[in-house]
Design a binder for this molecule. Structure first.
Ligand code: AMP
Ligand code: MG
Length: 271
């Protein structure tokens, strides 16, 4: 899955990444789904250990265009985890109070505590994406944010938070199909906003903004993965693979009991 990780300092062009790609799994959808199932159950078990160990923090950021599959990925990948140790934070248009603080204020407040996985459905990256595309702040303000974000994420990492960032990369055509489905299926109508059509017109502006954001903020301590996301099964497999491998690398362990188990058993039996 390393091929989807963006290396800091290397040239990065988004149009060199095809949203249609299925890597070594071309024509092997069933195999990809099986792989995904394996990674998913690994994540479930690893999360159990993470929660019990109460030591590491994991922050997972999802960004995508509308219809990119953020909700679907979160639902699929975290299907079996213990809800006690996993939270999802969705960032919408900032409230008046949020806007009266700096843009990282609402973000920092949602970062994971020890033992916890927090999933960001949108994030502080909106502040260099939608904010840039719509000129919500002047250019000299958002330009500075790449460095600020790197510093912020570095501080989180140095304090023990593992950070993964995924850009779910779909094509303009794929978005159209997904929007059409949202309009065709009554149960999905709620997901469609009239504003989605306006945003769609700004596709190339968004791609420019994503490209610069990813290039400037993929770091050793908080890497970006550009995930081909036109095929849901492949997207799920890539995301779950990266998360499972990262969690394994933390070498987590169930806490050692601070009791004498045999003695406790004896006392319990006699009670
Ligand atoms: P959704 O995730 O589809 O429910 O939509 C949430 C909306 O909130 C999207 O249109 C985002 O672009 C918008 N949003 C999220 N964060 C920000 C932000 N910092 N500034 C402006 N709009 C934002
Ligand atoms: Mg939306």
């Amino acid at each position: 899955m390393d091929r989807y990780r963006i290396r800091p300092g290397k040239k990065f062009k988004l149009d060199e990444f095809s949203p249609d790609e299925t890597g070594d799994f071309e024509g092997k959808k069933q195999k990809g789904i099986e792989k995904f199932e394996t990674f998913r159950s690994e994540i479930d078990k690893l999360q159990e250990v993470m929660y019990s160990e109460n030591k590491h923090r994991l922050l997972i950021v999802f960004q995508a265009m509308d219809g990119g599959g953020k909700d679907g990925t979160i639902r699929a990948v975290f299907d079996g985890v213990n809800p006690q140790g996993v939270k999802v934070a969705s960032f919408k248009t900032p409230s008046a109070e949020e806007l009266s603080h700096d843009y990282l204020w609402r973000i920092h407040a949602k970062t994971p505590k020890k033992g916890e996985i927090v999933i960001f459905n949108r994030s502080h990256y909106e502040d260099v994406l939608v904010v840039r595309v719509h000129n919500l702040v002047p250019k000299d303000v958002w330009k500075k944010r790449y460095q600020q974000i790197n510093n912020f994420e570095k501080q989180l990492a140095e304090e023990g938070t593992t950070i993964l960032k995924f850009f779910l990369h779909i094509s303009l055509d794929e978005q159209k199909e997904r929007f059409m489905e949202r309009l065709d299926v009554p149960e999905k109508n709620w997901k469609f906003n009239a504003g989605d059509l306006e945003e769609r017109k700004l596709w190339s502006e968004y791609m420019k903004a994503f490209e610069e954001a990813i290039a400037k903020t993929s770091t050793e301590w908080a890497p970006w993965y550009v995930v081909p996301a036109n095929r849901n099964w492949f997207r799920n497999m890539v995301v779950s693979s990266v998360i499972a491998e990262t969690m394994k690398s933390l070498k987590m362990e169930y806490p050692k009991p601070d009791i004498d188990v045999d003695l406790m058993k004896k006392l319990l039996a006699d009670s």
